[in-house]
Design a protein around this ligand. Sequence first.
Ligand code: FAD
Length: 320
Amino acid sequence: DKIRGATEGDGRTVFSFEFFPPKTEDGVENLFERMDRMVAHSPAFCDITWGAGGSTADLTLDIANRMQNMICVETMMHLTCTNMPVEKIDHALDTIKANGIQNVLALRGDPPHGQDKFVQVAGGFACALDLVQHIRAKYGDYFGITVAGYPEAHPDMIQEDGGATLEAYNSDLAYLKRKVDAGADLIITQLFYDTDNFLKFVNDCCQIGINCPIVPGIMPINNYKGFLRMTGFCKTKIPSEITAALEPIKDNEEAVRAYGIHLGTEMCRKILAHGIKTLHLYTLNMEKSALAILMNLGLIEESKVSRSLPWRRPANIFRV
Ligand code: FAD
């Protein structure tokens, strides 16, 4: 089924988990075990990323197939245009269609490792809009199409001293509307830590006539270095209170993770209080923080979560 239905649903709050293809065979098998445990909590869907530059194409296709047909969770596969002539794109779409997968996250993609600018390949597409148009033209309504949205504007638009100009932000928003008008039916956002800014983005989208659901992408802070790397890469704004909270605990991994759970829970509470009904969790292939946040929100049953997980200890001061 298409995931948009699940995100609109019957007014219930739903959630989803994102995974990426591991580098080793053991890693892949571990991921399936973890996925199996996480899917027991009934996410609306799960998705699997497409390695930058098509580097994981075969593995992503294989994992997506197993997710849909063996783990039995509604699956969305990411697909990027980078290094992808149309034949390769169609091969990927034909393969998932043959496996009963009905959901695609259509992306331009980042440049492959070692390059700093996206370059269109001969016979390929220039941007996600081209990909959305192609999928609708060739596959009609078979696929539910999700696209990426950027509450702080796409990183290419963000200046050295932080933030995008109003003009760049508005142009990014107008382009997002073109992706939706071309046939996308759901938006998942880039990670963010400024919840008020995300809510403003939702409002701004609404003002220009973007009417599809906008799902917040939540990335729990799991470790300090990873957080700095990811927010640096995505040029994410970090509110000063988060920097202040992390600074004294940055060398204590367990405290950082506990704070990440606390922060993720508070962010989700605020988002849900504004009427948004779907939460998308960037798991980074880890289960503890994502499940702890959902448990704090009352969205999964505590009794179903493994007793061995460290954050269940009563001493966890950030448990809310
Ligand atoms: P586009 O929608 O094409 O936009 C890119 C930029 O170009 C925007 O700033 C847009 O405003 C501008 N632009 C493009 N065309 C026009 C136009 N005609 N007019 C005006 N402006 C234009 N990367 C991966 O490699 N694999 C993944 O699996 C993956 N998953 C992701 C999942 C999510 C939810 C998100 C938010 C990002 C993901 N990415 C992934 C990263 C993504 O590929 C990069 O952010 C990439 O740089 C842009 O992709 P896009 O689809 O947003 O591009």
